[in-house]
Design a protein around this ligand. Structure first.
Ligand SMILES: C[S@@+](CC[C@H](N)C(=O)[O-])C[C@H]1O[C@@H](n2cnc3c(N)ncnc32)[C@H](O)[C@@H]1O
Length: 225
């Protein structure tokens, strides 16, 4: 518990440091054009991608704000790393950043921000057999150091399907832990995360932005149930 508190403080300090860096202005633009997430969350995605080891797996990029932030963070690292992002596509009437064709707009945005060649986009739902086998074909076991989940609120299902790809201590960014709207995805996300934290599978580091949970995955061997 003491260790968790020190880790949470270190993360807050990192966020403050990164808010002062020039990248913060770029991330602000990216947020404005392509993301539903808070600037602090994009900043932490950039921070994790630039400081953690291993590959990145993302479920639910929408127009790519989170993906681009992570790709920019990964760009400076010398090791060959992969960023795999899973999105089924379709359309969405968002009040600020709507899309009639999510996959088309996502590809266009990744290209415009010059990160398209760093991202492997897998079209499909994360729970489909075809998608899971494509993801597993791209990533080695125990190789993911950052797992981003911003899809339909089913965090336990995503961990169940992809946990064998994660490194112990894998950083996790999961949106919709808190929601201001009633009947939102937090109704599934929050109890599922709380259960995984209580069992020791997840370590909580804090809640940022408008309700995005940040923490680490330590493996089901750690879980008490
Ligand atoms: C809230 S948006 C993501 C916002 C994005 N991360 C950002 O930075 O703005 C959720 C996205 O998840 C996608 N999605 C929903 N269920 C999914 C699933 N099971 N697998 C993959 N993507 C999913 C939706 O199509 C949508 O594009």
């Amino acid at each position: 518990m003491k260790e968790s508190l020190a880790d949470s403080m270190a993360l807050m300090e990192a966020l403050i440091e990164y808010r002062q860096k020039p990248i913060s202005n770029d991330l602000q633009q990216i947020r404005h054009k392509y993301s539903m997430l808070h600037l602090d969350v994009l900043t932490l995605l950039y921070y994790f991608a630039s400081t953690s080891a291993g590959n990145i797996l993302e479920i639910g990029p929408y127009l790519g704000g989170s993906t681009i932030s992570a790709a920019l963070g990964m760009r400076g690292s010398s090791a060959h790393r992969r960023l795999i992002s899973v999105e089924p596509g379709g359309s969405h009437r968002h009040h600020r950043i709507p899309s009639k064709d999510i996959l088309r707009d996502l590809r266009k945005n990744l290209a415009k921000q010059r990160v398209a060649e760093m991202v492997t986009l897998i079209a499909g739902y994360s729970w489909e057999e075809k998608t899971m086998s494509e993801v597993r074909g791209q990533l080695e076991l125990c190789s993911v150091g950052l797992f981003i989940i911003d899809a339909d609120g089913e965090v336990k299902r995503e961990l169940g399907n992809y946990r064998n790809l994660l490194l112990p201590g894998c950083n996790m960014v999961v949106d919709d832990y808190v929601s201001l709207k009633s009947g939102g995805k937090d109704l599934t996300t929050r109890p599922q995360i709380d259960e995984l934290v209580a069992s020791g599978e997840l370590q909580a580091l804090g809640v940022y932005g408008w309700g995005t949970w940040i923490g680490r995955w330590w493996g089901s061997a750690n879980a008490t149930t």
